[in-house]
Design a protein around this ligand. Structure first.
Ligand SMILES: NC(=O)c1ccc[n+]([C@@H]2O[C@H](COP(=O)([O-])OP(=O)(O)OC[C@H]3O[C@@H](n4cnc5c(N)ncnc54)[C@H](OP(=O)(O)O)[C@@H]3O)[C@@H](O)[C@H]2O)c1
Length: 270
């Protein structure tokens, strides 16, 4: 895969550089990136608490789905980074709406990828943790039938106990992290208790909207697919109240087909 790398040196400099954005960049010039370079560009910071990375793909006009799923937005570069991000994560967190819409299964890893993960101190395969207030997950779905490791279901006290029992019997690791819904604090506590520091959240807008509104997002990796699609698809985050969280670009990459891959990291307070 060929990526050109555009760095902050190409920016307009209309705004004076801040500590958050200066010194970010001239390590790579334009040209092809190797897998090792991409891995370095997407490496998690060395933290002891859960680092919440969100990953999304959107069209140029902001749609995050075409006909109800994100598949129509994918490009080779996006697929490549999507897979890489999974390989770098301790756990893949996803809202139940997305798991249902996209017919989620477990994370697939090659033998080589498993070896790389183990060498890097990760479990061979990251589990998928589905967030569902109602525990509305089909125990016959691919989450259970097409996975190397059991799924985790993060749910609320309000969930129907019969559904919860069925999911447990099907092999899910069921965690309660809130009363009527899964709170952001409850989710982060669960991740911390399990030692999941490299967290990858793959959406969707309901879950991510809440995480942004509650100010627990550390990073957003956003692919812009070279498409205009119109339609009525949601934005990547939807919530009842708004937040204003300053983010700094860690990198901006472009593939030869026009796909733009960005990584945004929250500006540290203070
Ligand atoms: N372009 C992309 O990269 C991308 C990524 C992800 C999703 N999508 C698209 O987004 C659409 C799905 O949107 P969505 O809003 O339904 O996504 P979602 O946020 O994945 O799902 C919402 C559902 O997830 C559960 N949920 C979310 N937050 C929760 C919380 N804090 N506590 C408890 N449960 C919670 C609830 O499930 P229960 O009803 O089971 O309680 C809720 O109904 C699909 O079209 C999908 O293709 C696109």
């Amino acid at each position: 895969m060929i990526f050109s790398v555009y760095l902050l040196d190409n920016a307009t400099h209309l705004t004076p550089a801040s500590p958050a954005t200066s010194g970010n960049a001239t390590e790579y010039g334009r040209g092809e990136l190797t897998r090792d370079e991409l891995t370095r560009l997407y490496a998690y910071p060395d933290v002891t608490r859960p680092w919440l990375r969100i990953n999304f793909v959107a069209s140029i006009d902001g749609a995050i789905a075409v006909d109800g799923s994100s598949g129509g937005l994918g490009t080779p570069a996006d697929k490549s980074v999507f897979g890489l991000l999974r390989q770098l994560a301790d756990v893949v967190v996803v809202g139940a709406g997305t798991a249902r819409a996209e017919n989620y299964g477990g994370v697939r890893t090659s033998a080589a990828a498993r070896d790389r993960r183990v060498t890097g101190g990760l479990a061979p395969v990251p589990p998928v943790a589905v967030v569902s207030a109602r525990a509305m997950i089909d125990p016959d779905s691919r989450l259970f039938t097409d996975t190397a490791v059991p799924p985790i279901v993060v749910t609320s006290d309000d969930a129907d106990p019969v559904r919860v029992r069925r999911l447990t019997e099907a092999g899910a690791d069921v965690v309660v992290a809130g009363e009527r819904t899964v709170t952001s604090a409850g989710l982060v506590d669960f991740l911390a208790e399990r030692g999941f520091t490299r967290v990858l959240c793959e959406g969707g807008p309901g879950l991510v909207g809440q995480l942004i509104a509650d100010d627990v997002v550390d990073e957003l990796c956003l692919t812009t697919s070279p498409l205009l699609v119109g339609g009525g698809a949601a934005r990547l985050a939807v919530s009842d109240h708004t937040a204003r969280i300053s983010m700094a670009p860690a990198h901006v990459l472009a593939d030869t087909d026009g796909t733009i891959l960005t990584r945004w990291v929250r500006v540290a307070a203070g």
